[in-house]
Design a protein around this ligand. Structure first.
Ligand SMILES: [Ca+2]
Length: 107
């Protein structure tokens, strides 16, 4: 039977650790870039905030088979959940905090 055990030197292990660390750093940068890209794509008027009408436009762009009243209901719920400082609009931090759970189906 063939022996599949691979040995690795301390130097090779250190190189792998360094490579893994670089990959984690790159992935972190890509995640940040993606968050920025999604936010700026949604913030159509470039105000620094995402408003209810910008979210409604996003639903129109996504061409989801939903009537207007349903889109407005969903947008109201998204803002209610996302707008943690209750100023009626979504800033970048609020956007990033919920993007993965609420927005995956739109992007
Ligand atoms: Ca807010």
């Amino acid at each position: 039977m063939e022996n599949n055990i691979t040995t690795i030197s301390r130097e090779e292990l250190e190189e792998l650790r360094e490579a893994f660390s670089k990959i984690v750093t790159i992935l972190g940068s890509l995640r940040k870039y993606k968050n920025n890209l999604c936010f700026h794509f949604t913030d159509i008027d470039n105000s620094g905030y995402v408003s209810d009408y910008e979210l409604q436009d996003l639903f129109k762009e996504a061409s989801l088979p939903l009537p207007g009243y349903k889109v407005r209901e969903i947008v109201e719920k998204i803002i209610a959940v996302t707008d943690s400082n209750k100023d009626g609009r979504i800033n970048f931090e609020e956007f990033v905090s919920v993007r993965h759970s609420l927005w995956m189906f739109l992007y």
